[in-house]
Design a protein around this ligand. Sequence first.
Ligand code: ATP
Ligand code: MG
Length: 360
Amino acid sequence: MKLKIGVIKGDGIGPEVVNEAMKVLDKVGVVYGHEFDYTQLLMGGASIDTYGVPLTDETIELAKNSDAVLLGSIGGDAKTSPWYKLEPSKRPEAGLLKIRKALNLFANLRPAVLYDELKGACPLKEEITEGGFDMMIMRELTGGLYFGERSTEEKNGVLTATDSLTYTEDEIRRIAKRGFDIAMKRRKKVTSVDKANVLDSSRLWRKVVEEVAKDYPEVTLEHMLVDNCAMQLVKNPRQFDVILTENMFGDILSDEASMMTGSIGMLASASLNETKFGMYEPSGGSAPDIAGKGIANPIATILSAAMMLRFSFDLDQEADAIENAVENVLKDGYRTIDIMSEGKVQIGTAEMGNKICSYI
Ligand code: ATP
Ligand code: MG
């Protein structure tokens, strides 16, 4: 298969970690007989330096013509970088918001995986984390409270602020479908999270999710109230496979889940639209404090590339090969500095990429 991948290496540690992910993809290509055709794209600080703006229309077009985009990270140190002397709409992060909108990326996928090997880094009790956990949080990204009408007005000398939470049936249906599609590739369980005992938007969410579930008879659906979910995440994280939820609940729950996994350097993510297209990137930022030192953990980006193979290209076997290789390297005791612990072998960014390749 020949696959067109737009590559945005970006700023900070972006180029270092993306190079390792490309190395791993190339190894997969050799072993499984695929050709990855990369187009390098500029966004964020690198684009400001070259074109004066964080994202050009040409880059958007090139991204649209790719089958998927692999992104490193964008942005720099807000205190020292000249990019942050620009007005907010011209700063690196504006490029990210713009491309998400242009590509209609409404579904944000954040896996939270605790590897048995790294469970010492998890703040939960050992009896809870025994065997690790592996869940996928799917958050609606373009609707809900963060995009509703808002206002602040003064009535009789008292300030009153209002934010509104709106979802249409169609918005719920399209993300629910993606959630069930992903559950079909996993342990076939969806936990839909809402606040249906209080909110009308949640009652509609629940109704539409139930309708979509009828097309996926193999998937077990359960509903959970968001407050209970926040509690269950730390009480029994192993019960979850796919968590499907709206924008604000997903924002909060995915941060909670990420803190239970050890390091931000291990966390992949994806943003999807209605087609097979997706943008894949590590959950962490550009980490300017460690950029250029060759010590950043490339695993989050490498696992994001594995998600790309699985969700945009349906190459499940190849994605499994990458995920198993990561697990094997951890079992062998190799660690980058962010996940280093006593008795393990500390290696750098490129060495980690090489080790992972050697297992594929
Ligand atoms: P954001 O960019 O999301 O607004 P931020 O700038 O605070 O947030 P990061 O850039 O992710 O967050 O950095 C947070 C901390 O995590 C930093 O100390 C950084 O060095 C570390 N970190 C982030 N990514 C990695 C990585 N891949 N490997 C090692 N450490 C990392
Ligand atoms: Mg950052």
